[in-house]
Each structure stands twice: as C-alpha cells, then as structure tokens.
Write a protein that binds this ligand. Sequence first.
Ligand code: HEC
Ligand code: HEC
Length: 271
Amino acid sequence: MRSIALLILPLMLCAQHDQAPAPGQNPAIKNPAAIAAGAQLYITSCGGCHGPDGIGGRGPNLVRQLQSHQLKDDELFGAIRNGVAGTDMPPTRLSDDDTWKLTAYLRAVTGPAADSKVYGDPGAGEKLYWSPKAGCSECHAILGKGSRMGPDLSNIGGSRPLANIRAAITPPKNDPSRNAALAGKEGVTVTMKNGTVLKGIARNRGNYSLQLVDEKGALHLISMAGVKSLAVLDHSLMPEDYDTRFTPDELTNLLAYLARQTVRQTPAGGK
Ligand code: HEC
Ligand code: HEC
C-alpha cells in the first residue's frame, strides 16, 4: 500500500498545474509566481551577501559563480539548504517549499535574459541603442549592422543573464572579477618595429602571434617577431559613464531591448 501511495502522490501534484513541469523538475522552476516569491526571500535572506540580482557584494557574484560552477536543480537546492562548509555561506532553515522558490529564482536570474521577465519598453530601448547618445553601434553589431570591433550582440539576450548585460554597461564599482571577465577581449595598443601603431581588441593573444580587431572592425594577424611593444589596457574599452549618461528608465529600456536579442537556429536554408 505504501509504495502505491508514493507513486500516486507526485502525479497528483503535477496534475494541479496546467503546465506540467519537465520530468524530475520541481514545479517551482520556471513558475512566475514561485520566482516572484523567491525574489522576496532572496532580498531578505541572501541579498545582503550576494547583492541585488545576484551581482555580488560581501559574498560572490552568483551569476558568474553559477555559470562557472553549473549546479543541477537539486544541487542548487542542497547548497541553499546546507550552505557551503568552510565558507561564509551559511545553512538556511527555510521550508522545502521556500527553498524551491529560491532555487527557481536563482535559475531565472542566472539563465539567459530572454527567458526571464524584463521590465521597460524595448521599442524605446531600440531607439536609444542606435542613437548617437548611446553610440553602441560604433563598437557592436546586431544582425550584421554596426561595427565588428566589440562582441556581436545579435544573441546577447539568448546567451547572457540580465545581470551580466547590465554589468557590462554599468559595471559595479571595484568589482574584482571584472578583469577576469575581460580576458581575451582586452583593449591593446601595438607598436610595430616599423613604427606602425595599431589599436583595438586582442583576440587569441599567444607567444608568437596576435589577432587584433581594429576600430574599423578589420582583422590584423600580427607576428610577435615584428612587435616592438604591446600595451594592454587594464580597463574595458566600453565607455565608463553610462550610469550618468542614461537615466534609470533609459537603462531599463535599453536592457529590455537587449534582452530580446536572440538568434534562434533556423532550418537549413532559412535566415
Ligand atoms: C553571510 C554571507 C552569505 C549569505 C547570507 C548567503 N551566502 Fe551564499 N555564499 C556565500 C559565500 C561566501 C559563498 C561562496 C562559497 C565558496 O567559496 O564556494 C556562497 C555561495 C553560494 C552559492 C554557490 C554554491 C556553489 O556550490 O557554487 C549559492 C547557490 C548561494 N551562495 C546561494 C545563496 C542563497 C540562495 C542565499 C540566501 C538563502 C545565500 N547564498 C546566503 C555567502 C553568503
Ligand atoms: C568604444 C567601444 C564600445 C562602445 C561605444 C560600446 N561598447 Fe560594449 N563592449 C565593447 C568591448 C570592447 C566589449 C568587450 C570587452 C568588455 O567586456 O568590456 C564590450 C562588451 C559589451 C557587452 C558584453 C558582451 C558579452 O558578450 O558579454 C555588452 C552587453 C555591451 N558591450 C553592450 C554595449 C551597449 C548596450 C553599448 C551602448 C550603450 C555599448 N556596449 C557601447 C566596446 C564598446
């Protein structure tokens, strides 16, 4: 009798929701009401250490941590419940229900921006993006339009959590993990032995060669044998004044636009 009851119970729980969760997935995951409740729990129990939206504070940036250290739903649940032994991350005393709501919230904020609820007006954000006031297209391309010097943003909403996009535009001050995030995308000034000076972004910097994308988007393959000196910027080429150049509403609208930039795989031949 007991084993039958245990089999039936999960089926009944699933039947209560019109959208059945994927097999083995807790019903809280991807459930907007659970995510909203999880956000509230996060602010009271976690935000003090991990910062608003998980972007870090006294504790680590959860968005980055969970990208490098991928946890399954039940492992994330376990980390929240038990803490991380030997670190400042404390165990919690929350119910299973609340712990799942937090898990669902963390899944949503650490997943691609396109999958999570975003506030703001994407149409207004689009206008701002392409305006001289923002100047984004001087360095970035979306679907082939704009400069190729900086990273292509055609799939930025499909590939990055909202907090990462926000942090790229308005980086938190004194974020120690910022420089690690820049690795491979450094701004460099290369002076060649023949006197030529090239500025741009270094891709694939090795001992013998360097690939540099200049301000016009042209790719240079440089042999280190011909290089006299190489200066690497210790900060991003991204303008650093967007937090004052934009109002909070403008920034929200811009994020709403970027969150919608996704490139879905199209069937062969289509584009
Ligand atoms: C007192 C500060 C503090 C509080 C409060 C706190 N954390 Fe943490 N948390 C940390 C630290 C420090 C780490 C990094 C542990 C390490 O070094 O691996 C961490 C790590 C984590 C990780 C990553 C675990 C892993 O294995 O990668 C998750 C997930 C997490 N915290 C979620 C939460 C949630 C959810 C809450 C609220 C219920 C919370 N934390 C509250 C300090 C805190
Ligand atoms: C002067 C050139 C320049 C301008 C102007 C510029 N960016 Fe960038 N951006 C870069 C470079 C270079 C990088 C890659 C290195 C880094 O992360 O700083 C980057 C990175 C980013 C990223 C992270 C990309 C990723 O793959 O994670 C986003 C998002 C972004 N920019 C958005 C914007 C938006 C939105 C604007 C306009 C408001 C803008 N940028 C203006 C040069 C620029």
